[in-house]
Design a protein around this ligand. Structure first.
Ligand code: P6P
Length: 374
């Protein structure tokens, strides 16, 4: 029957979040509006990264004159200009694009990413947000009082962007806090990750998938381009208790400390006679964490002699991914403590991170605990 061919009771991310919202009687729907803005931002990027280059190149040639408007521009301008740039970046190196548009890489990058940040930050114009922290902005953005809401959003608009030119999966990572006071200060975003209301990422790969937790487990939504909707495809994701994969940049091995060195050695030459773990490392956090969440195993970005605090940012990389891992039954550790207990001192602070299957992270915690006691 035709009716059977088209399921109409699809659980979209919008329906899902509305159902979630109904759990909180006092909720006025602001949280749902905020998430809908973030979802819109992710759809923009997904569309930009997946559009047909021929169309774009022809359109781009018609728009050779596009200048770099100020960062505060409308969504329409974002739509017209950022898409072309993002797509060109998918098919041409930055130098080719910049030569073509004689813009400086830094400006065009800033323009594109600021556009994305602006888009995700649009919720700030509807009494939803009060503070916005983006990986792309040195300072936090405080929404002016008449437009101010109660939510603080921290995010990396395009994590792994150095991989765009070779088509490797990249992603948007976000976390949401509630401001503690009506006159928010930077302290409202320097909260431990365990205070987050929600966290998630959107991965732009062979498919576009948004993984979200609002504190009641983890759910994955795949974008159906024909509908323009994120559909629930991975309900209540639970990470395997132990995995067969470790994910780390082995190129940093000479700079690792003893516990990480020993742990990775055990992955490759297990002393208990079990099979060695496989190494999988994409170099894009969203891709590596997504695989770890679904298949199990451990993702490591340890401190090393070059980067004593590791490389990954606490607020918009470590905290959201740690929140998701714990919600999925895994855990996340900094080498010293539970990652979500960390209290950041600055908005772009870095931290070492070991996250993934519960038993795998337990093993490296034991090695650091022995080291810290020694
Ligand atoms: P490395 C991408 O630049 C990123 O911020 C994360 O997405 C990724 O996990 C990490 O850096 C990769 O760093 O030093 O291994 O290239």
């Amino acid at each position: 029957h035709a009716a059977d061919a088209y399921r109409t009771d699809l659980m979209t991310i919008t329906r899902f979040v509305l159902n979630e919202q109904s759990r909180y009687a006092e909720s006025k729907g602001d949280f749902t509006i905020l998430l809908s803005h973030i979802v819109l931002g992710c759809k923009f990027v997904c569309s930009a990264v997946n559009k047909d280059p021929c169309f774009v190149m022809s359109e781009y040639n018609k728009r050779r004159d596009f200048a770099i408007p100020k960062i505060s521009f409308s969504v329409e301008e974002f739509d017209c200009t950022c898409f072309y740039y993002a797509l060109l970046r998918c098919y041409h190196s930055v130098d080719a694009v910049n030569r073509h548009s004689n813009l400086q890489h830094g400006h065009i990058n800033q323009f594109f990413l600021a556009g994305l940040a602006k888009l995700i930050g649009l919720a700030g114009e509807t009494n939803i947000q009060c503070i916005l922290v983006s990986e792309e902005d040195e300072e936090a953005t405080f929404v002016s009082p008449p437009l101010r809401g109660k939510y603080c959003v921290v995010f990396d608009p395009l994590d792994g962007s150095s991989n765009i030119d070779c088509g490797v999966s990249i992603g948007t990572i976000f976390g949401i806090y509630t401001a503690k006071v009506s006159e928010p200060t930077i302290e409202d975003v320097l909260q431990p990750g365990k205070n987050m209301l929600a966290a998630g990422y959107c991965m732009y790969g062979s498919s576009c998938m948004l993984v979200l937790s609002t504190g009641n487990g983890v759910n994955g939504f795949t974008l159906d381009p024909s509908l323009g909707e994120f559909i629930l495809t991975h309900a209540d994701i639970k990470i395997p208790k132990k995995g067969k994969i470790y994910s780390v940049n082995e190129g940093n091995a000479k700079n690792w400390d003893a516990p990480t060195t020993k742990y990775v050695e055990n992955c490759k030459f297990p002393k208990d006679g079990s099979s060695p773990k496989s190494l999988r490392y994409v170099g894009s956090m969203v891709a590596d964490v997504h695989r770890t969440l679904l298949y199990g195993g451990i993702f490591l970005y340890p401190a090393d002699k070059k980067s004593p605090n590791g490389k990954l940012r606490v607020l918009y990389e470590v905290f959201p991914m740690s929140f998701l891992m714990e919600q999925a039954g895994g855990q996340a550790f900094t080498g010293q403590q539970r990652a979500l207990d960390l209290v950041p001192k600055t908005i772009h602070e870095r931290s070492p991170i070991f996250l993934g299957s519960y038993d795998d992270v337990e093993e490296i915690k034991a090695l650091y605990s022995a080291e810290n006691k020694a």
